[in-house]
Design a protein around this ligand. Structure first.
Ligand SMILES: Nc1ncnc2c1ncn2[C@@H]1O[C@H](COP(=O)(O)OP(=O)(O)OP(=O)(O)O)[C@@H](O)[C@H]1O
Ligand SMILES: [Mg+2]
Length: 408
């Protein structure tokens, strides 16, 4: 059964915690809600569960409008963000709780409830602990009890609000793998909230990125990482640097340097790239100085301050046949808007092989192999240009430059 969130708005007083949110969760899917604190993730789960009533819009379970369903009728398993098990109840009683408070006509006999609770404890792999009390369990074990408890009534949809939030990184990682396996075995339609992007990308079939009460992008993890739909998503998912840039006469200008041709309209833009999409090259289009260097896994990450005034020694910065104004540096009116940090003072991050890492203080040249351009702030959210074909770079303009191509 699909769950459809249709133009839902949720106001608290005059504040909209959800602002025109639409999303379809497919039957059997594992969906992550990812976003910064306060972006509306918990509110969306609570609206789904029927714990909050939308100020506008609808929730549909299949074809059924959820407005006509009580919290119990929705039959949703919920593991809350700050989940507290009943301290005075054993693990078994905690798990059995949902069934033991069912209306009498739907409540199984006591022995059947206990048997089902034991099966669930085995499913979450903590059988043997059924007589313990919550404070006799580790954090990870408590989360599994919480999950077993949410599953007891065989919910149509499972909602998990930061289920591993309070756990240390190691246990978190283990439980993450376990949850993915568990989902694959049981097939429950599951929505889980996290503000940990690694968790979302690793675990979910699709990730919903939320920002300020709105859905910024819904995509599978690969698409989200490789083709972020907005500057917010680009900056939020994975590491990235961004720079003010300008398109003039079909060419991209960054920090006073002309990069390759781009099929974008003239005007100010914002250039984004990932650290590993930069490549050191003696003829690189961008010139800068290494201001910091640190080890990251098997690479080194450099902070590079771009030098906007570096003299260009690209072979033909101004092709002889080009009109002089088309090839010259952008007019000052095209330069970054107020609020944009000047390129020279904002170091960008690039990754290099450890054995090729230049020392701090060194001048370097590099290319950006996969740049993404977005309209300068306050313009529409869709990207206007993404990467050139794999293996090509935006090179300094020369006689036969590579063409960047438009987003698909
Ligand atoms: N009952 C409420 N009354 C007033 N404002 C609320 C209420 N519940 C949530 N909000 C506000 O709505 C916004 C979204 O809150 P929500 O709890 O959904 O965020 P979240 O994305 O889950 O954040 P976190 O990652 O910190 O848990 C916040 O600004 C919050 O202060
Ligand atoms: Mg929350």
């Amino acid at each position: 059964m699909d769950v459809r969130i249709d133009h839902v708005r949720k106001e608290f007083g005059r504040f909209a915690a959800l602002d025109d949110t639409s999303l379809t969760i497919h039957d059997g899917e594992l969906v992550a809600l990812l976003g910064p604190s306060g972006s509306g993730k918990t509110t969306l789960l609570r609206v789904l569960a029927g714990l909050e009533r939308p100020s506008a819009g609808r929730i549909l379970f299949g074809d059924q409008d959820a407005a006509s369903l009580s919290v119990q009728e929705r039959n949703i398993g919920f593991v809350f963000q700050h989940y507290a098990l009943f301290k005075h109840m054993t693990v078994l009683d905690n798990v059995a709780f949902g069934l033991s408070v069912c209306p009498a006509r739907r409540r199984p006999p006591r022995a059947e409830i206990a048997a089902r609770a034991r099966r669930l404890l085995a499913l979450v792999q903590i059988d043997g602990l059924d007589r313990r009390y919550p404070d006799q369990l580790s954090g990870g074990q408590r989360q599994r009890v919480a999950l077993a408890r949410a599953l007891a009534t065989d919910p149509r949809v499972l909602l998990l609000d930061e289920p591993f939030g309070a756990l240390d990184a190691r246990v978190r990682k283990d439980l993450r793998h376990w949850l993915r396996g568990f989902h694959d075995r049981t097939g429950h339609t599951t929505v889980f909230v996290t503000h940990d992007q690694d968790e979302a990308l690793e675990l979910a079939d699709r990730v919903v990125v939320m920002n300020a009460g709105r859905v910024e992008q819904v995509a599978d993890p690969d698409t989200l990482y490789d083709r972020p739909a907005s500057p917010f998503v680009f900056a939020f998912i994975g590491d990235s640097s961004s720079l003010p840039a300008t398109v003039r006469a079909g060419r991209l200008w960054v920090a006073g340097r002309a990069l390759g041709p781009v099929p974008a309209a003239d005007g100010p833009v914002r250039l984004f790239f990932r650290p590993h999409h930069a490549r050191l090259a003696d003829t690189g289009a961008l010139v800068g100085r290494v201001v910091a260097s640190r080890r990251q896994g098997d690479r080194r990450r450099l902070d590079v301050a771009l030098r906007p005034d570096a003299p260009s020694d690209a072979p033909s910065d101004a092709p002889p046949d080009a009109p002089s104004d088309a090839a010259g540096p952008p007019h000052s009116a095209d330069l970054p808007r107020p609020g944009d940090a000047p390129a020279a003072s904002t170091p960008v991050e690039i990754d290099v092989a450890t054995d090729a890492a230049p020392p701090v203080g060194a001048s370097i040249r590099f290319d950006i192999t996969r740049p993404s351009l977005f309209p300068a702030p306050a313009a529409p959210r869709r990207p206007i240009v993404v990467a050139p074909r794999p293996g090509t770079a935006l090179a300094p303009p020369g006689p036969k430059p590579d063409r960047a191509h438009a987003a698909g």
